[in-house]
Design a protein around this ligand. Structure first.
Ligand code: BGC
Length: 498
């Protein structure tokens, strides 16, 4: 097998972690339709069942930092696959809301671990010029997982146990596939297993480059030997420019590690606060509000969204290592701002028209169910325009997300941290992403009923503006540089100079 094909195989197997993540994000919306009545779940109980996964992911992501440092990305991914299989089967067999919530927590633990361990493992094993592409496969598999869950929900309904059970399949591929993969060269070298590390590098890089890479890794490890212990660091040791001279948590006293943490955690939070999962989770409801009144056209419109999400990720696969991270982010965010703003103003003008026409009906409908088709714009023509405009804007928004903030947040989290801060930094940034995801998921419906769709979308648009400014002012370009070069770059230069 050629070196390139081998690299892609490693990346594809690891990216099955993304498949777990995506499948689970999507599957719950369909399953809830049947679970709710079966277990007599109140709205609150449904929220608990839904968010148990995010709580599990948050805990899993934080724990994964330590685990990956200690046992390596390969073992962490095998563990994640195993936990996910048990959680999926337990969800499928659960006979009460409590057991279901606990099983979903377990599923979340698996997702949290793999979303730290997979990009990290891939970043450590890929050649620099293909790293962006290889980590982007992780996001591609997230989007495929979401689309697959939408389609499977539609195909196997009302058999919710089957919907959950099918989730075990990508878990099996991840656990068994990773079992057959090598450990990452950086992890092996850190354990003194130099010969094995060199042989992994030889399988992924041209021989000269493999030698150079080994040299870089060893130099990095060498500089850690003289590292101060944490008590020395906190007492009097001067803070050095690279994280390599510090170990574990004190690595965050280095400029490179702190900047990496600031940039990646902020982007991870922005990724959720620009509203992506409000669309992913609630697309059918938004479409109903906009005028695709019956269930089936709303579900079909949702499948269109899932499909566009997959296709647009290919743009990043083709371009991330050529045009760079910054350019893709700037284009994508600009597109997202435009589509959210148009969506906001469209809902605003239709809401205004509707209020003028239907004040008595609005009063009668003050149940807080703002997404009910009852409060749609009341003229046929208006409904049609809003429905298609909404579909168009949401498709544009998803496409722009899918080639920018979607994949690139995971790429940057995987590649920006210095070796010593890599496990912990990755875990904190990923944990922040899940926490923000949880917050948006838990508040979106309330925001819609309190502030209305128009203001909610305009709020997301304003956050996207801040996100764009953040990228322009704080994010250095990392494309084509080795992990060691990125560490030096973050330690030395200001973003503007980098
Ligand atoms: C985000 C997920 C989101 C998905 C949508 C990922 O990058 O982290 O929260 O559901 O993209 O494709």
């Amino acid at each position: 097998m050629s070196k390139n094909a081998y690299c892609m195989l490693v990346a594809a197997i690891t990216a099955c972690g993304g498949l777990l993540f995506g499948y689970d994000v999507g599957v719950i919306s369909g399953a809830l339709l049947f679970l709710g009545p079966k277990f007599g779940l109140s709205d609150h109980a449904q929220e608990v069942v839904t968010s148990a996964v995010l709580v599990g992911s948050f805990i899993g992501a934080l724990g994964a930092g330590w685990f990956t440092r200690r046992f390596g990305g390969r073992v962490a991914n095998i563990l994640a696959g195993g936990i996910f299989i048990i959680g999926s089967l337990a969800s499928a067999r659960s006979d009460s809301a409590q057991v279901l919530a606990l099983s979903r927590l377990l599923v979340g633990l698996g997702i949290g671990i793999t979303s730290v361990a997979a990009p990290l493992y891939v970043a450590e094993i890929s050649p620099p010029h293909r790293r962006g592409l290889m980590i982007t496969l992780f996001q591609l598999f997230i989007t495929i997982g979401i689309l697959a869950s939408y389609i499977i929900d539609l195909a196997v309904a009302p058999h919710w146990r089957l919907m959950f059970g099918i989730g075990a399949l990508p878990g099996i591929v991840l656990a068994v596939g990773m079992w057959m993969m090598p450990s990452s060269p950086r992890w092996l070298a850190g354990r003194g297993r130099i010969v094995e590390a060199q042989s992994v590098l030889d399988r992924t890089l041209p021989l000269e480059e493999a030698k150079r890479a080994m040299h870089d890794i060893q130099a990095d490890l060498e500089s850690q030997k003289s590292a101060p212990q944490w008590w020395q660091v906190y007492r009097s040791h001067p803070v050095t420019a690279t994280g390599a001279q510090l170990q574990g948590w004190p690595a965050f006293r280095s400029r490179a590690a702190r900047r990496a943490l600031f940039i990646t955690a902020s982007l991870a939070i922005f990724q959720q606060f620009i509203g992506i999962n409000s669309i992913i989770y609630y697309a059918p409801k938004i479409f109903q509000k906009a005028g695709f009144v019956d269930n089936s056209s709303a579900l079909w419109a949702t499948i269109v969204v899932g499909f566009v999400n997959v296709i647009a990720t290919f743009i990043t696969i083709g371009m991330v290592d050529r045009v760079g991270r910054r350019a893709l982010l700037v284009w994508g965010l600009t597109g997202m701002i435009a589509s959210l703003a148009i969506l906001g103003f469209a809902f605003m003008s239709f809401d205004a028209a509707q209020v003028a026409q239907t004040i008595p009906a609005a009063v009668a409908n003050a149940s807080g169910d703002v997404l009910s088709p009852r409060d749609l714009p009341h003229t046929q023509e208006g409904m049609l325009t809003l429905a298609w405009l909404t579909l168009l804007c949401i498709v544009a928004y998803i496409a722009c997300f899918a080639f920018s903030m979607g994949p690139l947040v995971w790429v940057l989290i995987g590649e920006m941290f210095p070796l010593q801060a890599r496990g912990s930094g990755n875990a904190i940034a990923t944990g922040a992403n899940y926490f923000a995801n949880f917050m948006v998921g838990a508040t979106f419906l309330t925001m819609l009923s309190k502030f209305g769709a128009a203001n909610t979308f305009l709020l997301f648009a304003s956050i996207a503006v801040l996100n764009l400014l953040f990228v322009l002012f704080f994010l250095p370009e990392t494309a084509g540089r080795s992990l060691e070069e990125i560490e030096r770059q973050l330690g030395e230069a200001t973003p503007a100079e980098a």
